[in-house]
Design a protein around this ligand. Structure first.
Ligand code: HEM
Length: 142
């Protein structure tokens, strides 16, 4: 649809990127399942009580976000690749959305990174085609 309104050489714009809602959903679902970043490092600035346990001030904590990415409460049927889940509700503003970290240190490159992947995917699917080689190659064991 984006290419229909453009000449073949015309580049995609930021507006085009913003209109790629399903591509964005595919990128987020791929990041969720592949979990490139396993977790985040933090340091407690005060004693923190959680479920009856106290994490003392000054401790270093590893927040294992991989586990959150597979949490069935947040992502029903978590091991299934389901990009549509990202279209249903505003998942990106959920406090447990941690693909890019969270809080004040959340990844500042979130939109740049997403735009780069979306741009790559756009040109990959519109400019390239997959072909079946016609040559009968000799059988190889490798
Ligand atoms: C899909 C691509 C990317 C993923 C999954 C990702 C993920 C993350 C995560 C999980 C963190 C830790 C955030 C936290 O501690 O809460 C982070 C931090 C950071 N990211 Fe990314 N990132 C991506 C792309 C980028 C890009 C393209 C840039 C720069 C152009 C970037 C720059 C940074 C920087 C500077 C930090 C440190 C922020 C801080 O500590 O204040 N990231 N990223």
């Amino acid at each position: 649809d984006i290419r229909k309104g453009k000449s073949p050489e015309e580049a995609i714009s930021y507006e085009d990127f913003k209109s790629m809602a399903f591509t964005r959903a595919v990128i987020l679902e791929t990041l969720r399942l592949s979990t490139v970043v396993n977790g985040l490092l933090r340091k407690t600035t005060q004693d923190v009580e959680m479920n009856g346990y106290v994490i003392p001030k000054g401790w270093r904590i590893y927040v294992y976000t991989r586990e959150i990415n597979y949490d069935p409460f947040m992502y029903p049927d978590p091991m299934t690749f389901n990009p549509w889940r990202w279209l249903e509700k505003n998942m990106e503003s959920h406090p447990h959305f941690m693909l890019f970290g969270g809080g004040g240190r959340m990844c500042p490159g979130k939109e740049v990174g997403t735009a780069e992947i979306a741009t790559f995917l756009h040109y990959f699917v519109t400019q390239y085609r997959s072909v079946q080689p016609l040559i009968n190659r000799p059988q190889s064991n490798y």
